[in-house]
Ligand binder design. Structure first.
Ligand SMILES: NC(=O)c1ccc[n+]([C@@H]2O[C@H](COP(=O)([O-])OP(=O)(O)OC[C@H]3O[C@@H](n4cnc5c(N)ncnc54)[C@H](O)[C@@H]3O)[C@@H](O)[C@H]2O)c1
Length: 384
């Protein structure tokens, strides 16, 4: 009987192992803002984890956070250094704004502490290189917080590409956007250069890049011609009730780029926090034997918006195969935490390794630099 190509996508990779709670992993939280809540909520689901410490630069914030999130007896610190110096930690979650990702991560690794680092990896390629060097020297685990990776639909997308059904991949269009979605949930840490370093490009652009680069095996980026703008963020009428946000807005709210990847692949990218359009388009992956369409979402945050469609020619007929979207019943954020904890306990491999994400960061950094220079640039990544 002829093979049904859809059968190839049925295999399910079980990653979550049985939990042995004999030994507790001692975790510290660096940065007690919005995303730290999700880290804590999911560490609390792990019977083999003890959250022992938390740090935040803002006086009183860590204490309030611990109370609000039901974690008691946690020792509190005014910054990452004092916490790491005073505690015997197995791991930290770096939940700070982007601009302090590198210093917190490097300090933890240099002190023999494993790190789960929130996305984007950092702000610049130089920082990413320094992080990778610290990781290598430490022999510790560093995983980057891309939870969409653990979504079953995202894994399916990778399996489709890796199965060879699309043939040789040569062109990718990716990105995503929001019509009105500049994030100011608890103030301005996402929109100020001094804290965020990057706007939409880093915040949600990193997800679009990871989606396609992970699917095709993270080829090395070679060159980039990038563009960024901030027409919405600089408009006081945008922020209802907070016109002053426009004064401090100092990052991009839109970015576009044309990127060349190793293997003669080109990547056409666009991302937006705000624009006069519903979506900047679906993600498409073109190969010599097939094409793939991945529907976008209205509020782009790295999730797949509908069934994947494969376009092929079969026996001379142009056909479309739709892969139904899976309702993933296990929480991707829990998987991100659980797999990191497992890796720490077993001294295993990072679930989302820096060796891949450094390419993601190199592209983001390349777009920002190229946009500043107004011309194409070569991406050069030093040996780690
Ligand atoms: N994975 C996801 O789904 C997701 C979602 C939202 C945000 N994020 C990422 O998480 C990070 C934090 O976002 P957020 O919304 O929680 O930001 P936030 O501004 O609400 O919180 C960050 C906190 O870090 C603290 N901080 C900064 N440097 C510090 C240091 N050296 N020591 C101790 N505390 C320090 C700040 O004082 C602040 O309270 C960002 O990089 C963002 O991109 C990820």
């Amino acid at each position: 009987m002829a093979e049904n190509i859809l059968d190839r996508f049925k295999e399910k990779i079980e990653e979550i192992k049985e939990i042995n709670s004999d030994k507790k992993v001692r975790v510290g939280i660096i940065g007690t803002g919005w995303i730290a809540e999700a880290h804590v909520a999911n560490y609390l689901k792990c019977p083999d984890v003890e959250i022992v410490a938390a740090a935040d630069l803002i006086p009183g914030k860590a204490e309030k956070f611990c109370k609000a999130n039901g974690i008691e007896g946690v020792r509190l610190y005014p910054d990452h250094k004092s916490m790491i110096d005073a505690e015997q930690l197995d791991a930290v979650s770096v939940c700070t704004y982007n601009k302090t990702h590198a210093e917190c991560t490097i300090y933890a690794l240099e002190h023999g502490v494993n790190v789960l680092l929130e996305k984007p990896m950092c702000v610049t390629l130089e920082e990413a290189v320094a992080i990778c060097k610290a990781e290598k020297a430490s022999g510790k685990i560093l995983s980057i917080g891309f939870q969409p990776r653990f979504d079953e639909n995202m894994k399916m997308l990778r399996r489709v590409v890796q199965s060879g059904e699309l043939g040789r991949i040569y062109y990718i269009q990716t990105g995503g956007g929001r019509r009105r979605g500049i994030p100011t949930p608890y103030g301005t840490s996402f929109i100020e250069e001094r804290t965020a370093g990057l706007g939409a490009l880093g915040d949600i652009g990193c997800y679009s890049l990871d989606m396609v680069l992970n699917a095709i095996g993270y080829p090395k980026p070679l060159s980039v011609s990038g563009y960024t703008s901030c027409y919405f963020g600089k408009d006081p009428n945008y922020f209802e009730g907070h016109p002053e946000y426009a004064d401090v807005f100092s990052v991009d709210d839109f970015a576009a780029a044309f990127i060349r990847l190793d293997g003669d692949i080109v990547l056409d990218f666009r991302i937006s926090w705000a624009m006069n359009l519903d979506t900047p388009g679906d993600t498409i992956i073109l190969g010599t034997k097939g094409g793939l369409r991945i529907p976008s979402t209205e509020c782009w945050n790295g999730s797949i918006g509908g069934p994947l469609t494969i376009y092929k020619t079969v026996a001379g007929e142009e056909v479309e195969l739709q892969i139904p979207k899976k309702d993933d019943d296990t929480d991707n954020f829990y998987k991100k935490i659980r797999l990191f904890v497992d890796a720490v306990k077993e001294n295993g491999k990072a679930p989302v390794p820096s060796s891949q994400i450094i390419y993601n960061q190199a592209i983001i950094d390349g777009i920002a630099k190229s946009a500043r220079l107004g011309r194409e640039i070569t991406i050069e990544i030093p040996e780690i």
